[in-house]
Every structure is written in structure tokens, then in C-alpha cells.
Design a protein around this ligand. Structure first.
Ligand SMILES: [Zn+2]
Length: 66
């Protein structure tokens, strides 16, 4: 089998595998990825996204003044 996360070939008989992933690590990576998508679907708002696209003139958008 091939792991959908890291692309490594592995045997499904291996006791360390976490099907359909090659390892618990890849399984958790997939889960985080999935949760991350879910999270951004909730937070992305089309109007706000447009605002963001229009207001990209400031290079540091990850630091907020509060
Ligand atoms: Zn893997």
C-alpha cells in the first residue's frame, strides 16, 4: 500500500501501520490537515476575504496592533 500522506510504500501487515496510513504520525498529520480545512471553512468569509485581497498593501499581516 502507499501512504496518502508521505507517499511511502508500506505493508498493511505491519503492526505499526495506522490504515490507510503508514504510521500513526501520518494519520495525525491527515487529521490535523482535515481539521485545519474545516476550521478555515468556518473562518473564511467571502466579504472579509475580498477586504483582505484589497488591503494587502501592508506586508506584515500576521502582527496585529491591539
Ligand atoms: Zn506515511
Amino acid at each position: 500500500m502507499r501512504c496518502p500522506i508521505c507517499g511511502k510504500n508500506f505493508s498493511r501487515e505491519d503492526p505499526k501501520v495506522a490504515l490507510p496510513f503508514c504510521s500513526p504520525r501520518c494519520k495525525s498529520i491527515d487529521m490535523k490537515r482535515w481539521l485545519g480545512e474545516e476550521y478555515s471553512l468556518e473562518t473564511i468569509d467571502l466579504d472579509k476575504l475580498e477586504e483582505r485581497i484589497v488591503g494587502v498593501d501592508s506586508p506584515s499581516n500576521d502582527s496585529k496592533d491591539d
